[in-house]
Write a protein that binds this ligand. Structure first.
Ligand SMILES: [Fe+2]
Ligand SMILES: [Fe+2]
Length: 257
């Protein structure tokens, strides 16, 4: 019997394509590591930039690779997925955008922060309102988990701040006000975690894009939330880097259940 309330595998920025920026061996190794995890994840979250160019060939290859995973996997689109009219292919081949899923004691809300053919992102008033309406009235012991591609707060070691969420300040206010427990993001290709008030903001690195940062390499996150509401975030270095990165946070406002 696992002592975990919830195990989430958080992957991001696979940038799947046959045409340049994708590292297929890294993706295969990542999927192999995930298949051997014990305990198995309750869910896999992909926080966007599934494809590199948003074109049909990229999406076909992505479906072939990622649909082979035997675990439930939930996706939200990134800016690269919405290039070249890719937003239509995402909805046709991957699934809906802006939806919620309940898994055990957790409610996941996945929102589309991408703007077609723009690297900047925006949630806008409608999606900001969804964060409030979906999360604010939930019972105290429910884990509230928001997933979007663009980072809401700056990420250390990521270089010059660009390709931003244009309404990041408003989104931050709404997230904190709704008492969101976890925000899962990608986009910067850098792993990071930081707690602001009662909310833990988590970025995953890139699974399989050549555009890594410094010596950080390719990685993904395994997030374990215990029955005592401790959040353990373990970074898995796909190419076996020496550095082990782990963050631990306490969701102090939650009841232990
Ligand atoms: Fe990316
Ligand atoms: Fe991105």
């Amino acid at each position: 019997m696992s002592s975990f309330k919830l195990r989430i595998v958080h992957i991001s920025d696979t940038h799947i394509t046959r045409f340049g920026m994708h590292l297929p061996d890294m993706l295969d190794k990542c999927l192999s590591i995930i298949s051997e995890l014990d305990p198995k994840p309750d869910v896999i979250i992909h926080s966007g930039d599934i494809t590199d160019n948003g074109v049909l060939d990229d999406y076909e290859l992505a479906c072939q690779k990622l649909r082979a995973i035997s675990h439930e996997i939930l996706f939200t689109p990134g800016n690269h997925d919405e290039r070249n009219y890719g937003d239509s292919l995402f909805k046709e081949m991957i699934g809906p955008v802006d939806f919620e899923v309940s898994i055990g004691k957790a409610v996941f809300l996945l929102l589309d922060s991408a703007v077609p053919d723009s690297d900047n992102g925006r949630l806008g008033r409608y999606r900001q309102g969804l964060i409030t309406s979906k999360f604010k009235a939930l019972p105290e012991d429910t884990l509230k988990i928001l997933v979007l591609h663009h980072h809401t707060i700056p990420v250390p070691f990521a270089g010059r701040e660009k390709d931003i969420l244009e309404d990041a300040g408003d989104v931050l206010r709404v997230v904190l006000d709704a008492g969101v427990d976890l925000v899962l993001m990608g986009h910067r290709h850098v792993r990071n975690a930081i707690q602001v008030n009662n909310t833990v903001f988590v970025n995953a690195g890139t699974v399989s894009c050549v555009r890594t940062r410094g010596r950080l390499g390719n990685s993904f996150n395994v997030i374990d939330i215990t029955k005592d509401n401790i959040v353990n975030i373990n970074v898995v270095n796909i190419n076996g880097g020496k550095e082990e990165t782990r963050w631990v946070f306490k969701l102090a406002h939650k009841q232990n259940k």
